[in-house]
Design a binder for this molecule. Structure first.
Ligand code: AMP
Ligand code: GLY
Length: 423
């Protein structure tokens, strides 16, 4: 088979690596890819939003299966464009990717189908939102309706912060049209867990749990980022939590989407909060998580291409997912200054130490070739993943492996997975 992967981050590198392990695959392309992905795939210079070019490429190369990694093209309807041309593609159509693309849609869906989530109100007018916030309980959470690079969520401790937040999202349009509508949500407390799943429109299969660390600094301080590290499994995701979510959240979401005429095929990422009242959905994403994928896929035993095909064909009920009985930790190596401003273009050394290992991985997020050197090319540069028999061992292994890599401006958190000490 020939496979095309769309995206250029650490998540797509992990997907490409896992696809390269499939017996069924002879050739992998990635658009646009990066310098790490180039080890397992041929990178093609087409952007993830260039739908016509992607479709033309898939036809020209007779691609058997295209896998969309990123949210923007999914929400923009790339899957519909592939299907129109009779091409096989893994990911939700536009009418289902709205599960991630609109927070107002996902909140209304959960309310209609009794899926546990925080109480909320939706506003299209800044005056009405501010009026509501006059008498609200604090802290409170404001969310831009649309995609905002994971940054459109404001936790407001006081009325003043909330008023400023409405201005930022709805009047100053910090996230553009994403803030035309906002969701104002009850503030919840508890552990967060990420659960990825495969769906074929009817059946859902849950992958192993993970947790990410979104803040830039140690001790969960500093700005929100795309994710500074992850661990899997989450010791807080107990059998009791799993049972609850299977009963009230996972299948209920797939069934709700089907009942709305929005059959969901692809990956649903459940962002859960384990509150005192039980697990609740914080958010849905319509794709693999980044950097959750970098700890989940190295532990997966299945041939992932078989699973992708079962989702496309509607035969996921015939598949059982299997994960290794171990743990994995991913530490993101970033450019110092991320997520605000940072320099790039520095040579990355030590990558060869990971070659061929099935215990240690270096997934590239922001790298590129500069002649025959590989240089930094983004805020998040690499994700160093290591496995171990348990979380403590995996964490020690991952941090040891971060020392193998060297580049100017290298920055990382030192407490990825530390929460597991409290479990
Ligand atoms: P989201 O993009 O919806 O996952 O939100 C980003 C982050 O904001 C989450 O991972 C939580 O840490 C936090 N968050 C979102 N909604 C809430 C809420 N209702 N209560 C408390 N924290 C929240
Ligand atoms: N790690 C969170 C996300 O992928 O949205």
């Amino acid at each position: 088979m020939k496979v095309l992967i769309v995206g250029s981050g650490g998540r797509e590198h992990a997907i490409a690596w896992k696809v390269s392990k499939s017996e069924k695959v002879d050739k992998i392309y990635c658009a646009p890819g990066n310098a790490g992905i180039a080890e397992v795939a041929e990178c093609v210079n087409i952007g993830a939003m260039e739908f016509n070019k992607l479709v033309a490429f898939a036809k020209e190369k007779e691609i058997d299966l295209t896998i969309i990694g990123m949210d923007d093209p999914l929400v923009g309807g790339v899957v519909d464009e592939f299907e129109k041309e009779g091409l096989r593609v893994f990911g939700p159509r536009k009418n289902a990717a709205i599960l991630e693309g609109s927070k107002a849609f996902s909140k209304d869906l959960m309310k209609k189908y009794n899926i546990p989530t925080a109480a909320y109100e939706t506003f299209n007018s800044p005056e009405e939102a501010q009026k509501y916030l006059e008498t609200s309980k604090y802290p409170i959470v404001l969310k831009a309706d649309g995609l905002a690079l994971g940054k459109g969520v404001l936790i407001c401790n006081t009325k003043e912060e909330a008023m400023d937040g409405v201005k930022e999202l709805m009047l100053d349009k910090k996230f553009g049209a994403s803030g035309d509508t906002i969701v104002v949500e009850e503030f919840m407390t508890g552990r967060e867990v990420s659960v990825l799943s495969f769906c074929d429109g009817k059946t859902i299969r849950i992958m192993t749990s993970a947790q990410d660390h979104k803040r830039a600094g140690d001790g969960d301080t500093g700005l929100n980022t795309g994710g500074m590290g992850t661990f899997s499994p989450s010791p807080f995701y107990t059998d009791e939590v799993d049972e609850f979510c299977k009963k009230y959240i996972y299948q209920a979401t797939v069934d709700a989407m089907a009942a709305e005429g929005r059959e969901f095929k692809g990956v649903i990422f459940f962002g859960l909060m384990l509150t005192a009242e039980g697990p609740k959905v914080l958010e849905y994403n319509a794709r693999f998580g980044d950097p959750e994928t970098q700890v989940v896929l190295p532990r997966m035993k299945n041939d992932i291409v078989e699973v992708f095909e079962a989702c496309v064909d509607g035969t996921l009920d015939e598949i059982d997912l299997e994960f290794e009985d171990n743990a994995a930790v991913c530490v993101v190596l970033a450019s110092d200054g991320y997520p605000v401003s940072y320099e790039k273009g520095f040579e990355i050394k030590g990558l060869e130490k990971f070659a061929g290992s099935d215990e240690y991985f270096v997934f590239h997020a922001g790298s590129k070739f500069d002649g025959d050197k590989i240089v930094t090319n983004g805020g998040r540069v690499l994700g160093v993943t290591a496995k171990g028999k348990d979380l403590v061992t995996a964490r020690a292994n991952a941090y040891a492996a971060t020392e193998w890599i060297d580049f100017d401006n290298k920055y990382m958190r030192h407490d990825i997975g530390k929460a597991i000490d409290e479990a």
